[in-house]
Design a protein around this ligand. Sequence first.
Ligand SMILES: Cc1ncc(C[n+]2csc(CCOP(=O)(O)OP(=O)(O)O)c2C)c(N)n1
Ligand SMILES: [Mg+2]
Length: 320
Amino acid sequence: MDKAKLLDLYYQMVLIRRLEESGAELYQAGKIGGFMHLYIGQEAVSTGLIAARQLQDRVITAYRDHGVAINCGIPVNQVMAELMGKATGISKGRGGSMHMADVTRNFWGGHAIVGAHMPIASGLALGDKYAGRDGVTICMFGEGATNIGYFHEAVNLSKVWTLPILWVCENNVYGMGTSVERASAVSEIQQKAEGYGMVHERVDGMDVLAVYEAARKAIETVRSGSGPEMLEIMTYRFRGHSMGDPERYRKQEEVRKWEEHDPIGIFHAYLTGNEKIAVDVLEEIEMHAKTDVQKAVEFAEASPEPDLGSLFDNVYVEEV
Ligand SMILES: Cc1ncc(C[n+]2csc(CCOP(=O)(O)OP(=O)(O)O)c2C)c(N)n1
Ligand SMILES: [Mg+2]
């Protein structure tokens, strides 16, 4: 990977972090409503993964989707405006935090119901295969979602039909308040891929380049037509499940321990050590991200609410 690309990945990770810190403040101030799930701690996962896709590759995820939206190239202004429910948001203020989507960038959302997007992923991949296109569908989901019927049905069919899908489990150790050990018969989620005869790999999700490498290889194998594969990416969410989580299910010492492996800190150390990039260069990128988020807040605050007359727009797709 050349230096410009490495620095762009660093920018994306810092941008997601600043965006979400700012989002948390705006939520406390009552400027963002509904449910909001932060990606803080997990930035290396979608950043590494999506850096490895080509533009014909579709991305679909659950409700922890702000970072994924940024990595798919949605401008931070439109992400922030969507969080605030403004007409200039990427989903025109209709979707909010959990339902960002932009089909023009091959980002298929943002889905609130646990596991429900997984059969949609199988359908997207079936469409590509049927039409003879060479896109790979990248479907991200939490470890909690693997205990849901949708997971098993969608994963099974993808293998039966040799669909071009990369299944990506983000194992962040917890569901809403239940640890993986308490909710899943096997806590090593990649073992579930065995039951469907699928190639699988466990990856360090705090290392953006490890995620990138694993994803690059897996995407290319899936593209070659050999059928679906699964990655289990080991990560951790530093904040509560959603806003206002009292976090009674884990100890703060555990959170502090994981925070010592902050994916941004790890990448910073790699860039300054292995790549000999000056700290000043990274500081400049950090300032840039901070300013971009400040401008996004101004943009979103100044944007109008959706017009009441447009309430029924974009509900159905016009037949073409
Ligand atoms: C079908 C369904 N059941 C329950 C919920 C409530 N719920 C929202 S998130 C969540 C936990 C999911 O955990 P995981 O898949 O590990 O994703 P994470 O939040 O860790 O990213 C639950 C139970 C839901 N949204 N949909
Ligand atoms: Mg989880």
